[in-house]
Write a protein that binds this ligand. Sequence first.
Ligand code: BGC
Length: 394
Amino acid sequence: MRTKSKLFMSALIAAAAIGNFACTPPAENKSTEENTMEQTSTAIPDSSNFSGEVNGKATHLFTLVNKNGMQVAITNYGGRIVSLLVKDKTGAFKDVVLGYDNVKTYQKRGEPYFGALIGRYGNRIGKAKFSLNGKEYNLEKNDGANSLHGGAHGYWMQVWDAKLINKTTLELTYLSKDGEAGYPGNLNVKVVYTLTDNDEVKIDYSATTDQATPVNLTNHAYFNLNGAGDSTILNNELRIAADNITPVDNTLIPTGKITPVKGTAFDFTSFKAIGKEIGNADDEQLKFGKGYDHNFVLNKHTLKDAIATVKSPVTGIVMDVYTEEPAIQFYSGNFLDGRSKDGKGGVAYPLRSALCLETQHYPDSPNKPEFPSTTLNPGKTYKTTTIYKFSVAK
Ligand code: BGC
């Protein structure tokens, strides 16, 4: 095993050395055994299950590995994080994100955006329209009357050009054409995933445009720090450094108000089990969201301090989130239903068996001038970084 792991690492380094071209073939995950580090209790899916073609473009699975043996597997189909192997309190590796074993399942209808890059606009735009510089734009309605996560042709279902920079860095680029999903302007998007030796998944987003357009990019990883496939995240403890949320109507569009969390089920300013108040029957916001599905307005947003932390009492795994974005969507997996056993390893993902912490600008900002602007103008560069850092509780 030791030799095989070393061989796998050398293969990655070799692949990285030749990897300086678009759509680099991935460091092949020859077999699940070779992929599995010494203490790994879970495996990364076989990369051959991700070799395919979607809309005439090749799809692959890339695996990044750091000096501690932590691994993240990413496919250029939707720029999705497929697996994330992190050490638990026993020193064994656990996969902490939900996903599928093959690229086909990621394309099934109603797939919940597992691990995906989201754009051109993360979360909802009300009535699927907005006006910019005096012109009205109509977007794809894919959530009742609203547009969600960039519409039916969002970045989560596009094949990105991929360049493996080295064994810890993957660069993805995508040209979102003028009019795609209804948005104005050709938007050149670049996302760089880096797995640092400090056990961080760092996501650097940048974009430029040739016409004014709203932009709000995020990643939609579904985390379960007990291990993907565990039945619930309700026992995970969460802290979010946010004194306010943007409450929503019953279609999950912000009302425009900004309201304090103090004295409500939304107060995560100190650690609280996610399940503690999620069932509060008299909370209208929890009713609208079918649980937590809300934009938390961050008190600070620099990369200096963690703005959110999740802890698993089962594995001891801790995840700290850092972002330059002004807000974070905390979604408690309320639409997962566990109906099909098509999760990695043939498991089902039941209701609330994962949580998302999507760093973002506020939902529906293009229709809410009082919210921080999401407009990107020609000549300017959209640039933002988010970090998910892993450790084990002391
Ligand atoms: C949204 C949820 C949605 C989920 C998956 C989240 O970002 O806020 O309402 O159900 O993504 O689609």
